[in-house]
Design a protein around this ligand. Structure first.
Ligand code: URA
Length: 245
């Protein structure tokens, strides 16, 4: 890999604008191979040289990918005047302003959200053409056992909503009781409120909704709501493969 300037390297990693990263270097907060470098135009090899900022090692990556277990009460957006956004959860990362969520979960929905700074990847994962599956766990009102016999029809034909016919979807009953049921539902489209609309139309309004999978990526059960972790290279590669990247 070609050598690049230290201030540009830091800026690419999200440590701020070039002006800001120049300042960071001049403040002697940056080390290259364990030696303080205070010259922003110092050239380094991102693949070979070890860089740290405030004693924290930084690794050169073109893009970042995270999974968040979204908590209820947060808006899936980068900014909002009235409510906390999912991006505020990432505010401790120096480059968090470059990150954004892929797709959208309702304010009261929990579960798997991918956060990245890779625009092309985000576009493909959410584009209907690639039909990336999204699996949800839901608690619904009422005894949903009657849906068992309709499952095949939904998988073949989808469901006609008031103004829209859904794509085929998969439904699985997890547990039923007279007043509420647990289900799993897998859709391959990102239409607004799609799961709630389907279940409302079938007569079983959603009481709780959590996304547990996007394509090959399963929500890490070890993540509490509100926690996030970086995706492994393998997880990213599998997702990319699904959308031909
Ligand atoms: N479908 C919904 O109704 N809500 C979500 O948040 C996601 C899918």
């Amino acid at each position: 890999m070609e050598k690049i300037r230290l201030d540009k390297f830091l800026s690419d990693l999200g440590f701020g604008s070039r002006k800001e990263t120049k300042k960071l270097v001049k403040q002697k907060r940056v080390k290259v191979n364990d030696a303080v470098v205070n010259n922003p135009s110092f050239h380094l090899n991102p693949e070979k040289d070890a860089v740290s900022v405030d004693e924290q090692p930084v690794q050169y990556k073109k893009h970042h990918y995270y999974m968040l277990n979204k908590p209820s009460g947060y808006i899936t957006a980068t900014e909002d005047r009235d409510y906390p956004t999912v991006m505020e959860i990432f505010a401790d990362l120096p480059f968090y302003r470059k990150l954004f969520p892929i797709g959208r979960l309702d304010m009261d929905t929990e579960g798997l959200l991918i956060i990245t700074d890779d625009g092309q990847f985000a576009h493909r994962i959410s584009h209907p053409k690639w039909e990336v599956e999204k699996e949800y766990f839901a608690v619904v009102e009422g005894d949903a056992s009657g849906l068992e016999k309709e499952r095949e029809r939904f998988e073949r034909e989808g469901l006609q909503l008031k103004d829209y016919r859904t794509k085929p979807f998969k439904l699985q009953l997890v547990e039923t009781s007279p007043d509420r049921s647990k289900i799993k539902i897998t859709v391959s489209e990102g239409k607004h409120h799609i799961v709630k609309r389907i279940m409302e139309r079938l007569g079983y309004p959603v009481l709780y909704l959590k996304r547990v999978r996007i394509g090959s990526l399963q929500l890490d059960e070890g993540l509490e709501t509100g926690q996030y972790r970086e995706l492994t290279e393998e997880e990213v590669e599998k997702l990319k493969k699904q959308v031909n990247l």
